[in-house]
Write a protein that binds this ligand. Structure first.
Ligand SMILES: Cc1ncc(COP(=O)(O)O)c(C=O)c1O
Length: 399
């Protein structure tokens, strides 16, 4: 018997993330990388964090900072989040919020909460790779979530076969990987569908704060609240993250949902890691209170200019037949190459000949389609580098 024979069946569905494997190659000198969807470290509120950690450790608060704490999360941070959620249209109480170790942990817990083997998760086609990986461990079927109402509830239910449709997962603002936003009508249609299917909605708000132009659209949970009056009547579960706004390294995210959902997630948290790092939650709380409202407009200005630079470079350098999204926020532009071309082949060629990296799109599709797509991230390069990288990509595409 080999070691692997002992592993549970769920492990057969777990694959190394292409993005993580790729990031390992990017330390070579001279590479221009549009690969990782990561914030620019130069923009971290580093001084604020230095002061916050010093405050937590150098004072009478250190006993609290270094101690175990409650699974639900640091109360002052949850209080700040109640206020923050209200500002984006979501009225909730302290008991509707759980702090998680990044929103990735929330996605894992939500997979664990809802999915029995064979159940169906409705996801975008493509969708965030980390969500697919998190849900995959619970052995679901994936079906394609059509936001525009062209598939009816009965059709989804029939496709689910023996299992049930348990939730629809989406990132309605500036999704990873496409950068696209679901409009108001799409969000309302989704809520109608979820009511008909009697399934949950998992709203991933990882990029919600990073809008560069256009008007903000209410979160799906805010729209459901407007229909159902109280969060306790809502089926939408909102996942938030400080990773794209303050720091991903501290691993602080949160979930907002009806109390029965939060209570069950708290049990999972107790079983998994007891609570997220106390001192990190204290530091995030302090920095969020001190500078969130000024930090976000700064990020919007800087990332917005980078988005503009990439769009203009694409217009200038892409050959005919190449198409791309025009995101109003977030970190990504999604490029569709001519049919028959392969994003993976293009990456190999681009790395070797012009030292440009990006993520081939295929991994974002549950059925392995989308071979002729690639994801470009503009968040971590300055405008001159973006122009140069896209120029080089244009050269590779023409040869
Ligand atoms: C759409 C989306 N959701 C969730 C995450 C996970 O973020 P974190 O666990 O750092 O909060 C990411 C990270 O890239 C993401 O792109």
């Amino acid at each position: 018997m080999s070691t692997k024979d002992l592993f549970a069946t769920r492990t057969t569905r777990m694959k190394a993330s292409e993005i993580r494997e790729l990031l390992k190659l990017l330390d070579q000198p001279g590479i221009i990388s549009f690969a990782g969807g990561i914030p620019d470290p130069a923009l971290f509120p580093a001084e604020g964090f230095a002061a916050a950690f010093q405050n937590a450790l150098g004072t009478e608060r250190q006993a609290q900072a270094l101690q175990y704490s409650v699974s639900e999360g640091h109360v002052p941070l949850r209080e700040w989040l109640v206020d923050h959620m209200r500002q984006i249209g979501i009225d909730c109480g302290l008991d509707n919020i759980l702090i998680t170790s990044g929103s990735q942990q929330a996605l894992d817990y939500l997979g664990k909460l809802y999915l029995s083997p064979g159940d169906t998760a409705l996801v975008g086609w493509p969708t965030y790779l980390g969500a697919l990986a998190a849900f995959n461990a619970y052995e679901p079927r994936f079906d394609r979530l059509g936001i525009n109402g062209n598939r009816r509830a009965a059709e989804y239910a029939a496709a689910a076969g023996e299992g049930a449709v348990k939730f629809a997962y989406l990132s309605p603002d500036f999704a990873n990987p496409t950068g696209e936003t679901v409009d108001l009508r799409g969000r309302e249609t989704l809520l109608d569908l979820a009511d008909e299917l009697n399934c949950a909605v998992i709203e991933d708000g990882a990029y919600q704060a990073l809008r560069y132009d256009g008007d903000a659209i209410p979160p799906v949970l805010a729209l459901e609240l407007a229909r159902k009056r109280s969060i306790e009547n809502c089926r939408t579960v909102y996942c938030g993250s400080f990773s794209k706004t303050l720091s991903p390294g501290l691993r602080v995210g949160w979930v907002v949902a009806a109390k029965p959902v939060i209570s069950q997630l708290v049990l999972m948290k107790q079983a998994a890691d007891l609570h997220s790092a106390t001192i990190n939650q204290m530091a995030i709380n302090e920095v969020a209170r001190a500078c969130f409202d000024t930090h976000i407009p700064m990020l919007r200005r800087v990332y917005g200019a980078r988005r503009d630079a990439m769009l203009s470079a694409l217009r200038e350098h892409m050959p005919d037949g190449v198409d791309w999204t025009k995101p109003e926020g977030g970190m990504f532009i999604w490029v569709t190459l001519l049919k028959g071309l392969s994003g993976a082949d293009l990456l190999a060629k681009a790395l070797e000949t012009v030292k440009v990296a990006f993520v081939p799109g295929q991994a974002f599709f549950p059925d392995g389609s989308g071979a002729n797509t690639i994801r470009l991230s503009f968040s971590n390069s300055d405008e001159a580098t973006i122009h140069e990288g896209i120029r080089r990509l244009g050269v590779v595409l023409r040869t």
